[in-house]
Design a protein around this ligand. Sequence first.
Ligand SMILES: [Zn+2]
Length: 272
Amino acid sequence: MPELPEVEATRRGVERAAAGQTLRELRIYDARLRWPVDPTIPAQIAGLRLKAAQRRAKYLLLVLERGTLIVHLGMSGSLRILPADTPLRKHDQFDLLLGNGTTLRFNDPRRFGSLHYTLEDAARHRLLQHLAPEPFNAHFDAAYLQRITRRRRVAIKQVLMNSRLVTGVGNIYASEALFRARIHPRRRAGRLSGKECARLLRAVRAALTAAIRAGGTTLRDYVGTDGNPGAFRQKLYVYERDGQPCRRCGTLIRRITQGHRSSYFCPQCQPK
Ligand SMILES: [Zn+2]
């Protein structure tokens, strides 16, 4: 599933390839995404200029000179920059044809992605207005992390994965951040000290930043990945590395299950 770094890498790719371009046409091949695509969008946006690509959590915001397109990659979506005459493949859902003869093509085999258009402030759109703060937001600081963990009896991993409290961390980077912060995934959230909260905040940002960089360096025409962390996989410390030696101390990485998701950790570097 594309997590925040993949969406951010996609945003950067779109920004590089498409900012300043005119949207010649939106061609919808299959409107049956997570929510049916509004059939009036093509007429509303034709001829508008794409000013910038922004991101809020895992939503990609294509800011037009009037209104904003809101794209979600869902479980399996990807956006690619292609010459406009590239033959369609299975699961290509829509094309955003640009003035320079290229297209932003959306492919999504599982169709959990989405496309919306809004004329209002995108931050107030119903999909975005209730999102929790994300790790790069200034409001998301050590004090915030302390506030949301305090008095919570659940494991810290589950707080990081709770999208009503934190958005955009996801399973891979929750495990990676806890390793970097030397905190056991089963530690009770409410037991974290202020120092540990500060360390964890830095670790979350560092894990995401490293992944964004790796995504950003491997991308060319492929502006997004298909949910595979790709080159970054070789740099992961613990995620899906159970049974392999810890990159820091050599102890074998372990896997446990928390809330139906796998967590990975080093028992030596992350004592309980
Ligand atoms: Zn270790």
